[in-house]
Design a protein around this ligand. Sequence first.
Ligand code: HEM
Length: 520
Amino acid sequence: MYWAYVLDAFAEHSILIIALALLVLLLFSRNVTPSSDTRKPPGPWSVPVIGNIFLFGSAPHKNVTKLAEQYGRVFSMKLGSREVVILNDIDTVKEALLRNGSDFSSRPPLHSFISSSRGDRTVAWPVFGPKYFKNKRATELAMRAILDNAKHFSKIVLRETHVLIKSFLNSEESHFDPTHLLKLMVCSLQFSLFFGDKLRDACAKKAQLMMDGSTDFIENSAVGNSVDFMPWMKVVFKKQVQKLDKSVAELTDYVRKVYFMIKNDSELNTLDDSPSRRVITFNEALYKAVKDKGALNFGNEQFLEDTASADSNHFDDETLINITADCFGGGYEKLSTALRWAVAYLVSHRDVQANLRREIERVKGDSPLSLEDRNKLPLLEATVLEVLRMSSFLPFALPHCTTRDTSVAGYPLPKGTIVFVNLWACSRDPQYFDEPYKFNPYRFMDENKQNVVRSPCFLAFSAGDRKCPGEGFAKSVIFLVIGTLVQHLKLRNGTEDPIEDKFGLTVRPKPYSIHVDAVQ
Ligand code: HEM
């Protein structure tokens, strides 16, 4: 699909492309230079205009990790005209994101961020400052509130997982790719957890169609990435960039519509009913979180003064809508990718699958799983961690940017330096993970295989100020979904081919097929 768009764009702009290619060659012949400043992180030679972007290839996470073997754990590359510093091991990532956290916690002004930033109203994209801090804190509080209502959370996830199990069993093909059904399930469960069940029949279908269409395009396009680093490509990829921007706008419009349907309907709007009523949706939880000034400012000492001045009306409808859209869109994309990986690992490691089933049978029998079972199901808990470690499907997190002149591993970095954290390499750091390329949930258990051992080196959700606020939500969903799948189904490979990965917006498994049988 991606190539179809690329060829399309190239056909349309062939003269411009040839002219640019000639320009590149001309400059290349005169101006190829290695980094001569010894105080700068080392890095490969770069070519004017495109920099080192060709070294990314079709598997940037693997190619960058190989380059780190040559240039060291901290090195720099030029992507288009922009210099990027890449951190490739756990110690350096922790030095930057934890020990000097606020120095590394902004986002750079890249196209995809600007197009989806909607001012300072989102969580993932704003520059580091008081407004970002408030949005992030409100998001964390809302996430925590819906997880606190563990019964309701588990009920929704289990209900949707049983729909998934039925669809698997009723599949017309004996071997099928589970991707589409997994995506539908994630969209439905997110709809219920974000907006409640009452609007489900009227609105959830539209969300499924929209998310399926737009993420397929975004995942396959990589256009956003190229334009981020070579802004002149906007001309070449005009149509694709417009489509990318349109899908972000479409998601926000959709969330806005649902938000106002709830707000303007006295039956649906239970927000002010009773302060003590337990929240059940993200929408409600966010609304309550932004009213709790004390909780909102907790941990915000560095920005307290600024926050007070930015306080007035910060959380208007548009901000709540944009935060919700960020989490709904980001959560959908990442959860469906995580579950695709989880099923892929389960079918290719049937010994682990059988042991998981034994653990669940022993502790739960046929009874439904719940989040309260976590301590009693250590292998399931450890499997969730191992799926996330192995897949590292957001291999460079989201781009970071330095907020002031700072340094890492002894290299000075000026304010505004773009920094990538190579989480994919960190998850495979041999200093901390034995046989890091092997899928082995037991690495997260103690010697007796009785308890989960939490590793401070587990970085799938990144670290520091920009750490993913959806960690608890994601781990809980994955725990309940894979536990319930294994409790009711035996999953096998449709083919014996090894499962390979494919780089897009996230690193996904290449299409694979499975066969399922009901557990008798
Ligand atoms: C399924 C597993 C998930 C993984 C592995 C994951 C991983 C990540 C990573 C690596 C980042 C970038 C952190 C950085 O830039 O250093 C991130 C950011 C973010 N994630 Fe997740 N995520 C997951 C699920 C979710 C879910 C379910 C939600 C919401 C419901 C969510 C919401 C966000 C948001 C809003 C940000 C931006 C945070 C910020 O800029 O401060 N994520 N996530």
